[in-house]
Design a protein around this ligand. Structure first.
Ligand code: NDP
Length: 354
């Protein structure tokens, strides 16, 4: 159980990210000094939105140049912090070498951040942004789980370097975080395990997250023929930020927290956009047949292998989000709000051509 002093600075790794942006916003609104660890603080276009937030909030932001792959690179940023939010990790399906581009930054980065926390006397709590990907790979695993639902008790045992390496990277990184935490007594660890995150991007022109790519495909005509009825969980980015905040500042917070608002699928998500955007954009209206996806999937997206299609398309996804609701008092925004608010940001940013 740890009480965090809000007058002390708080570290956020990967502060330029989609999820981290909303967390930084929340911390600044609470008047907290944010130590923002970013790869390149000189790239002003990547941090302009954070500077704007800081200008209009009681809190303040200080940047530090840090890289997941550089040992000791978070030392300066962590000095004096009681609370560390470790969000940085690559989330993409556009990779050539999964070991180098996904696994190494995720695992070596987590090791780097947590080993530094061990050496930084002020640190009392580390909150790691893990993922439901550290719990499962395929939606077929939901039905096979006790009571037909994913829970915090379950660990992903099916992803590998060759099958869904992003899932593998998140599993190995979270395991590493628990292993390092168990080797010491100075800080405790809480993990936030979000399902698929959508919601408004604070910096839409420079978003790297895979969340952005999938939303873009729903409006740019790529899914005009139909959307995969692929079972997933959905959570709003603003709710994910709130969950991190509560995990950091609730003394009793403990263990892993599935952070997922809804059990849904890509078609159901896209259909919520029909009312407002259906007339102007190529929003999918129907399900893409599974056989067709098996044929074209691997050509469209590296992660859409035949095995993945077989195990996820037309397969319901179910996770139990009761722990975070009861222990941290979380509630979740409706799907339609999340979808419309995120789509509107892309429309206003001129991402789609009508
Ligand atoms: P983003 O791509 O927006 O954010 C990833 C962040 O990681 C960026 O700030 C990026 O920095 C940083 N990063 C990547 N590689 C390095 C590196 N070598 N050194 C330092 N920083 C690095 O993705 P999200 O916001 O979506 O993801 C944030 C976290 O949330 C990740 O841990 C992800 O696994 C997790 N997550 C995301 C979900 C989603 O649906 N979006 C679902 C579940 C978990 P830079 O800007 O310099 O590239």
């Amino acid at each position: 159980m740890n009480n965090i002093d809000k007058t002390k600075p708080v570290l956020v790794t990967g502060a330029t990210g989609f999820v981290a942006g909303w967390l930084v916003k929340k911390l600044l609104e609470e008047g907290i000094t944010v130590h923002a660890a970013v790869r390149n603080p000189d790239k002003l276009e990547k941090i302009a939105h954070l500077n704007e937030l800081a200008k209009n909030s009681p809190g303040s932001i200080v940047y530090f140049k840090s890289d997941l792959l550089q040992e000791g690179s978070y030392q300066e940023a962590m000095a004096g912090c009681e609370l560390v939010f470790h969000t940085a990790s690559p989330f993409t399906s556009d990779f050539k070498d999964p070991q180098k581009e996904l696994i190494d930054p995720a695992v070596k980065g987590t090791t780097n951040v947590l080993e530094t926390a061990k050496k930084t006397d002020s640190v009392k709590r580390v909150v790691v942004t893990s993922s439901c990907a550290a719990i499962y790979t395929d939606a077929t695993e939901c039905a096979a789980a006790p009571n037909g639902m994913l829970t915090e008790e379950i660990w992903n045992s099916t992803a590998s370097l060759h099958y869904q390496p992003y899932y593998y990277s998140k599993t190995l990184a979270e395991k590493k975080a628990w292993q390092i935490t168990e080797s010491q007594e100075q800080f405790d660890l809480v993990t936030i395990n979000p399902s698929f995150v959508l919601g408004p991007m604070l910096n839409p022109g420079f978003t790297t997250s895979e969340s952005f790519s999938i939303l873009k495909q729903m409006g740019d005509g790529s899914m005009k023929a139909g959307a995969p009825r692929m079972g997933v969980g959905l959570v709003d980015v603003r709710d994910v930020a709130e969950a991190h905040y509560l995990a950091g500042f609730t003394p009793e917070a403990k263990g892993r927290y599935i952070t997922s608002g809804h059990n849904t699928d890509f078609l159901e998500m896209a259909l919520t956009l029909q009312d407002k955007y259906g007339a102007d954009f190529g929003i999918p209206k129907k399900a893409l047949p599974k056989w067709l996806l098996s044929l074209i999937g691997p050509m469209v997206n590296k992660a859409m292998t035949r095995k993945f299609v077989k195990n996820n398309v037309n397969v319901p996804w179910k996770a139990d989000n009761s722990k975070i609701k009861s222990e941290l008092g979380m509630s979740f925004r409706p799907i339609k709000t999340t979808m419309e608010d995120s789509f509107q940001v892309l429309v206003e940013a001129g991402i789609f051509k009508k």
